[in-house]
Design a protein around this ligand. Structure first.
Ligand SMILES: NC(=O)c1ccc[n+]([C@@H]2O[C@H](COP(=O)([O-])OP(=O)(O)OC[C@H]3O[C@@H](n4cnc5c(N)ncnc54)[C@H](OP(=O)(O)O)[C@@H]3O)[C@@H](O)[C@H]2O)c1
Length: 257
């Protein structure tokens, strides 16, 4: 499966986190390419703003920490729109965890949205996609989840958890014709990054990131869509370093900002 070309025609997509940032830009890009796109998030007014772009975008307000609401939303989309070909999970909780402090409440809040929100959607999605003969589940992780760096906190830890879960699911769900994808962006302009007070190297425009994601999802079956490539390769290389060298370099980044 890895690396092979494919061409997925327009179908029905569901984007969790579709009311802003990367998710909203992906919704617009997919709709412009002929897809019907359901978008979810807590703020109905933000979903309506995105839906105003194209009549093929339909708002489904949802808080992913509510297990029953997640099940009801997946079923409502499948029933209203007839099927569900692509689910893109990109909800993220803006929880800051300062370096050196590991407050359980903050970690729980971050994992509840970033990681468990996806898990809540999985069984319902697998049920719907299994019934229709297959589909795609794509998850927005982050290059921040590749290795544990200072200041990574709950955010990077939750992204690492998403990455390993996607690796597991990729093989486990293949027999059911469900293609699992991982999206690993570097820095992209969004509500999330507008809060960052530090320098963000290679900061990418939101629409550019969305274009790369959509193109990767519809034109190839490869597991990971990672960008920008210089940063992706740097992070991949960091995983191969011996720990002594890795921690020496890592300590430099703590002092750098
Ligand atoms: N921007 C970057 O540099 C970057 C880099 C790597 C990865 N990513 C990932 O890309 C994805 C999109 O992030 P973004 O940068 O575009 O930030 P964003 O604009 O803040 O988008 C996050 C979305 O998550 C939704 N959300 C938060 N809590 C939720 C909840 N409980 N239930 C349902 N939806 C919820 C928010 O909508 P509501 O507040 O209305 O619920 C919002 O639309 C995230 O997974 C993020 O980690 C971003």
């Amino acid at each position: 499966m890895g690396g092979q070309q494919m061409n997925v025609g327009p179908g029905v997509a569901w984007i969790v986190g579709g009311g802003s940032g990367i998710g909203a830009a992906v919704a617009r890009e997919l709709a412009d390419r002929g897809w019907t796109v359901a978008i979810s998030g807590r703020r109905a007014e933000r979903l309506d703003e995105v839906a105003a772009h194209n009549p093929s975008i339909r708002p489904y307000p949802l808080d992913v920490t509510d297990t029953r609401a997640v099940l009801a939303t997946v079923n409502a989309i499948a029933s209203d729109l007839g099927r569900l070909d692509l689910a893109l999970y990109g909800a993220v909780a803006a929880v800051g965890t300062p370096p050196g402090y590991y407050e359980p409440e903050k970690f729980a809040a971050a994992f509840d949205v970033n990681f468990l929100g996806l898990v809540r959607a999985l069984d319902p999605l697998i049920e719907v996609m299994g019934r229709q003969g297959g589909g795609q589940i794509a998850v927005i992780g982050s290059l921040a989840g590749y290795v544990g760096l200072p200041r990574g906190g709950a955010y990077a830890a939750s992204k690492s958890a998403l990455m390993t879960l996607c690796q597991t699911m990729r093989v486990e769900l293949a027999p059911r014709n469900i293609l699992v994808r991982l999206i690993s962006p570097g820095f992209v302009k969004s509500e999330l990054t507008s809060r960052n007070r530090y320098r963000m190297p290679m900061l990418m425009e939101t629409d550019e990131a969305a274009w790369r994601i959509v193109d990767g999802l519809v034109r190839s079956a490869r597991f990971e869509i990672a960008f920008p490539w210089p940063m992706a390769w740097m992070m991949k290389a960091a995983r191969l370093l011996p720990y002594r060298l890795f921690f020496w370099l890592s300590a430099l980044t703590l002092r750098a900002r």
